[in-house]
Ligand binder design. Structure first.
Ligand code: ADP
Ligand code: MG
Length: 635
């Protein structure tokens, strides 16, 4: 065995640096955090060659006293905490006093800084953590850190760097997160001389969201505001139709700090259960405000993971805030006429992961063609003149006022206990506390503009005219949602009807096996299935939603789903089965429906009870009179 010796301070520093400084993006993160902690109003981040040759971060914050500048580069030197008690309530992004020391240890570094009370600032040069010199310097208020030749003295680390483009993308992602964390600070990101991001710093999260995601994407987000026990939740979440193939657009912030948290992701995604398409993920920018001692940020060297004191309370606060945001959203996708605008639901950008954004994302320029959100008008609109003089638009009295009191457009009434997936569920069901609809909203609903069914297209789409807009309702999707909600409201216990003669059918062997295996579960849903021998099954009763002719098709589809989801949570399996039943029981697109049937569906949609089919597809889209007039060059 070789002798045991204590490492030299230099080697120890390099090892410690490795924990904090993994790649250029880690440097950008630490320097941005320092700028934020210094109270900056504007922060400019500049990189060259993916940050490998140069990273410059300039702020207009408080600056550093000349005599303290060298101290800032010592390990465990910080101005942010003083003793162990301060660790319990950390209000700054930094507190470990390690970043500057770590960055200096693996680069050539220059600091330029001046405080308001100093006439002259100071400039400090370091190489590999060693101070080369310090002198007075005339410089603007604030601090600039210039980091060159990162990892020049740790070739092992250098080898692990990705292509410049990838490192640059990671740096941009860091600045984007900071910008979303602090809308009151204007962030600028310049890559190889080209500006890639500029946020206005006007204090509005929406402005920051626009600048970071681009206008088109940002339009697919709805505002969130809610609170739970000692937690406040604000921000934006994707509309169910604007969910995407990755989780790359989920941003969570706790007291202004970007964090990764499985619990927060689960709370967000469960609020979309039965509203979004399978395999799609909602995006979000959610800010959580908690008491400083309600969250421990000292559990990870780069402070990305946090521990909540009351995880269950935080979970429910997020879940219900998102749920009520989705319920409050009144917008409908607009029909896109001509080629002016791309539908944002499946827009080209939708599948790009965040780091693929290379186009400049500067503040929004309102020159793009109007899209979705702008077309959406409040429900109360002056009823414009009938489309053509002479053609009266009769408004049936009954329809002028919705017969039933309008339910607030909340998502499916989900029993609290049922709404949470079993694996991650807090043991006790969170108390439902969605915020009540705002007075303005209630007002809107009361004065709903009268509407009428103007016809049906392709035996599939109901045309509804209301004020100066027309709606196309997908009758199958809407009816499917109505059925699904009804089934869930009945707490999964649809009426079961006994068949006069059992339906006997022969599914594929593995389908038969899976149906018999889940026999008990299916029985609770109203299916009485037994082995008929010879590979056949006998069905003696079915839920009343399933018509005789659909029994075999429904069960085969359920078998297919169970084969895939058999091992998932009970809740998801049930929802899956209900989706199938709701779909099979719904009126079909392409088939003829009676006027009462169409009216029932239209009523539910117009009352706002039904917005997305259980797979997250919209049930109605909107076309305005203005859009048509534009197309016909009438205006
Ligand atoms: P920490 O941020 O954990 O305190 P750092 O090593 O990042 O540790 O920074 C050390 C100290 O240097 C900070 O506590 C702060 O006082 C000072 N400092 C660093 N960056 C700046 C800046 N941009 N403006 C003003 N002071 C700064
Ligand atoms: Mg710091």
């Amino acid at each position: 065995m070789p002798h045991i010796e204590q490492l030299s301070a230099h080697v120890a520093d390099l090892i410690a640096a490795g924990e904090v400084v993994e790649r250029p993006a880690s440097v950008v993160k630490e320097l941005c955090e320092n700028a934020v902690d210094a109270g900056a109003g504007t922060v400019t981040v500049e990189i060259q060659n993916g940050g490998m040759t140069l990273i410059r971060v300039t702020d207009d914050g408080c600056g550093i006293a000349p005599e303290e500048a060298p101290t800032a580069f010592l390990r465990h030197a910080t101005s942010k905490i003083k003793n162990e008690y301060d660790l319990e309530a950390i209000g700054t992004l930094g507190f470990r006093g390690e970043a500057l020391a770590a960055i200096a240890a693996v680069s050539r570094l220059e600091l330029l800084t001046r405080r308001a009370q100093d006439k002259l600032g100071t400039s400090l040069t370091l190489e590999g953590g060693v101070v080369l010199g310090q002198e007075e310097a005339g410089c603007p208020l604030g601090t600039t850190l210039l980091v060159r030749d990162l990892f020049y003295n740790t070739p092992a680390r250098l080898k692990f760097m990705k292509k410049d483009a990838a490192e640059a993308a990671a740096c941009l992602a860091v600045v984007q997160r900071q910008a979303l964390a602090r809308p009151e600070i204007s962030f600028k990101f310049i890559k190889d001389g080209k500006q890639e991001l500029l946020t206005p710093g006007d204090g509005q999260l929406r402005s920051a969201l626009y600048a970071v995601l681009g206008r088109e994407l940002a339009l697919g987000f709805a505002p969130v505001s809610g609170s739970g026990e000692d937690v406040k939740v604000t921000g934006f979440v994707s509309l169910p139709t604007c969910c995407r193939g990755t989780r790359g657009y989920q941003f969570f912030f706790v007291n202004g700090r970007w964090v990764k948290s499985a619990a927060l992701t689960a709370a967000l995604e469960q609020a979309y259960a039965n509203q979004k398409m399978v395999g799609k993920f909602p995006g979000c920018v959610l800010h959580l405000e908690l008491k400083l001692n309600g969250v421990d940020v000292n559990v990870h060297p780069t402070k990305q993971e946090v521990k909540f004191g009351q995880e269950r309370a935080v979970f429910s606060a997020v879940y219900y805030a998102v749920l009520s945001a989705l319920g409050a959203d009144k917008s409908r996708p607009a029909v896109v006429v001509g080629q002016a605008a791309k539908p944002i639901i499946e827009g080209k950008q939708t599948s790009l992961p965040l780091h693929d954004f290379t186009a400049p994302r500067t503040a929004p320029v309102p020159t793009a063609p109007p899209s979705r959100r702008e077309e959406v008008k409040p429900a109360v609109q002056p009823v414009s003149a009938p489309a053509k003089p002479g053609v009266e638009l009769p408004v049936p009295v009954e329809e002028a006022r919705p017969a039933a009191p309008v339910r607030p457009a909340a998502p499916a009434p989900i029993p609290a206990a049922a709404s949470v997936r079993q694996e991650e569920a807090p043991k006790q069901a969170p108390a439902p506390a969605p915020s009540p609809p705002s007075p303005a909203l209630v007002e809107e609903e009361k004065q709903e503009t009268p509407w009428r069914i103007a016809g049906e297209l392709f035996h599939t789409y109901i045309i509804v005219e209301q004020g100066d807009k027309a709606l196309l309702i997908d009758k199958h999707a809407a009816h499917e949602r109505m059925n699904f909600d009804k089934m869930r409201a009945q707490d999964y216990l649809p009426m079961s009807q006994t068949l006069l003669t059992p339906v006997v059918f022969t599914p594929a062997p593995e389908e038969a096996a899976v149906l018999l295996e889940h026999g008990e579960e299916l029985d609770r849903l109203g299916f009485d299935i037994s082995d008929f021998g010879g590979g056949s099954l006998a069905v003696r009763s079915v839920p009343d939603y399933v018509s005789l002719g659909d029994v075999e098709a429904t069960l085969t589809e359920i078998a297919g789903k169970l084969a895939i989801t058999g091992s998932t949570g009970y809740q998801e399996r049930r929802d899956d089965i209900l989706h199938t039943m709701a779909c099979k029981a719904a009126i079909k697109g392409g088939w003829k429906s009676g006027p009462q049937e169409l009216e029932r569906v239209a009523k539910a949609v117009m009352a706002g009870e039904v917005k997305y089919c259980p797979h997250g597809r919209p049930v109605a889209i909107e076309l305005t009179q203005k859009q048509l007039e534009k197309q016909f060059k009438r205006s």
